[in-house]
Design a protein. Structure first.
Length: 551
């Protein structure tokens, strides 16, 4: 009861603020078509609780074109319209050409702060000038860790961890047997990627593949699924008010007694304690020339800056939390979907194994034991499979932005207004929120072909020159976002994914289990996770049948 009363009180106060803010800052997209909205929840409840991520995006995109209006909670009274977009030119304008003129909205900023602290993901809020400065400072310090030359040194680490997981499967699960087993990918892949990001980011040993029990590893286990899956109606209404509250006031959300906020608060506190100890130890001991993890490089870059540009100890610690959150769950989920698609398409497993054999011979002939980043990127079928899975299964499927000033958003294709007029651009006022559907863009037939809803790696073996609008950071995809707020570690993620894919396919054959589990896409907070339709209570699940290949 006390928890319910606390939420109700917070909701009541927030609701009054919403009404007042909306009264003095009324705006409307009523001339833009959109689906019928709920009186109280607008479309937010439907989007948040859809049983298959992307179903509504696809439905609305087909009905209204590449831009349409949806309604926020309380929108009936407050004119809380969002502009939802899949249009390539519109998204390019917002993410790339406009730069910091479309910062994250308060709600997204606060969720990032709750999960990672005040790191680079939460550096931009409604206070645009201050937010811009902080984001530039933080990103500048981090950039040196993700250059092409630095990424080469991580590839060896990726291969060693992937090889360790392969050996563990052989020793513990198969014990010399060649019989197929059903293995929960969701159990193994997040552990491996967590070990990698711990070592790469700050030389921290999570030890999850060795079954070590660390406080930090336990804190991150199923963090999003346990905290953000199918939020209550009260929580949806409460979060809908965040865009109309001062960003500083939202810091007190941390202390709400609800399960979600307790879990995030505990995880961030543990991470901050560990991260600050790591930073203090590195500063005390100095950076060995033979050991250069991401934090080492950040500390070196930070020392070259003047006092106004330097990151504080707390800011550096928050970057570690950001790297861990952003760098392990998303990659593990992508690998889940890659192996699932390959389990349904054994011919691509065979094509990649042929590439592996050819490359192994080339590596041996030059006297090496490991692949380089150039080796991995030369495997056209492996790369095409990764690109196609990133396209069809974007783990981060939506993001929101808020106009910092009045603007006109161009469209690559006209849409029809409520009066039947064709519209080629959409004027928006300051503080207008836009919801960018990465899912919808990644499946646009006009961009990807008529089979855009089908997993087909062959599309990436063909020329991409006909795609006139360059949108994303990688392969014209929005999976890693775009522009100044695009994923800084996207190359790291791609090479890590390729390393695991090559190592696993060299040793195992993957197929769908005999019971044929019905895998569905569920939103666990801002990321997409695989679940079994009839076993949702088990949490994220990706069971696959695995058989060792004969040596």
């Amino acid at each position: 009861m006390p928890q319910t009363l606390t939420v109700l009180l917070a909701l009541s106060v927030s609701f009054v603020v919403v009404i007042l803010r909306r009264f003095f800052d009324r705006r409307s997209l009523n001339y833009i078509r959109g689906p019928t909205a709920s009186f109280l929840f607008g479309h937010i409840l439907d989007i948040t609780r859809q049983r298959q991520v992307g179903e509504l995006d696809t439905k609305w995109n087909k009905e209204f074109g590449n831009a349409w209006r949806i309604r926020d909670c309380f929108g009936v009274w407050c004119s809380g319209d969002f502009l939802m977009l899949t249009d390539p030119k519109a998204i390019q304008h917002i993410c790339q050409k406009s730069g910091y003129d479309y910062p994250k909205d308060n709600k997204l900023t606060n969720i990032a702060r709750l999960t990672t602290g005040n790191g680079v993901l939460a550096a931009i809020g409604v206070c645009w000038d201050v937010g811009r400065h902080d984001h530039i400072r933080q990103r500048n310090v981090m950039t040196s860790s993700f250059t092409t030359s630095r990424l080469r040194q991580y590839v060896s680490m990726f291969q060693k961890t992937a090889s360790k997981m392969v050996d563990t499967w052989k020793d513990e699960l198969f014990s010399g047997s060649e019989n197929a087993l059903t293995i929960a990918m969701n159990h193994w892949l997040p552990r491996a990627t967590l070990d990698i990001i711990g070592e790469a980011a700050c030389s921290y040993e999570f030890g999850t593949l060795d079954n070590k029990d660390t406080e930090l590893a336990e804190a991150y286990k199923n963090l999003f699924a346990d905290s953000l899956m199918f939020p209550s109606k009260w929580d949806i209404l409460f979060k809908a008010t965040w865009n109309y509250l001062p960003i500083r006031l939202l810091q007190f959300v941390d202390y709400l007694p609800a399960r979600e906020y307790r879990r995030f608060r505990s995880t961030v506190q543990i991470m901050n304690r560990v991260a600050k100890n790591i930073i203090d130890e590195k500063i005390r001991e100095g950076t060995p020339s033979t050991k250069r993890d991401i934090v080492d490089l950040m500390l070196n870059a930070n020392e070259t800056l003047d006092s106004k540009q330097k990151l504080s100890r707390a800011e550096l610690a928050d970057q570690i939390a950001t790297l861990v959150i952003a760098g392990h769950e998303t990659t593990a989920s992508t690998l889940n979907y890659i192996l699932w698609e390959l389990a349904k398409a054994s011919q691509y497993q065979a094509k990649i194994r042929k590439e592996i054999r050819i490359l192994r011979d080339a590596v041996a002939q030059r006297g090496d034991l490991e692949y380089t980043s150039e080796d991995l990127e030369s495997m056209k079928y492996a790369v095409a499979v990764v690109k196609e899975t990133l396209r069809l299964h974007p783990i981060v499927f939506h993001t929101t932005r808020e106009a910092a000033r009045d603007d006109v958003i161009p469209l690559s294709e006209s849409i029809r207004s409520t009066t039947g007029e064709l519209i080629k651009s959409i004027p928006v006022r300051k503080r207008q929120i836009v919801l960018l559907s990465f899912w919808g863009y990644n499946r646009l037939p006009d961009v990807w072909g008529e089979d855009a809803d089908t997993w087909n790696p062959e599309r990436f073996l063909e020329s991409e020159a006909t795609r006139t609008t360059n949108v994303g950071l990688y392969a014209n995809l929005l999976t890693f976002s775009a522009g100044v707020r695009g994923c800084i570690g996207w190359r790291f993620a791609v090479l890590e994914t390729l390393s695991f894919l090559v190592e696993l396919l060299e040793h195992f054959e993957f197929s769908i289990p005999p019971e044929k589990p019905d895998i569905v896409r569920i939103a666990t907070g801002g990321i997409m996770s695989p679940f079994i339709r009839d076993a949702m209570h088990l949490g994220p699940m990706m069971p696959l049948q695995v058989a060792p290949l004969r040596e």
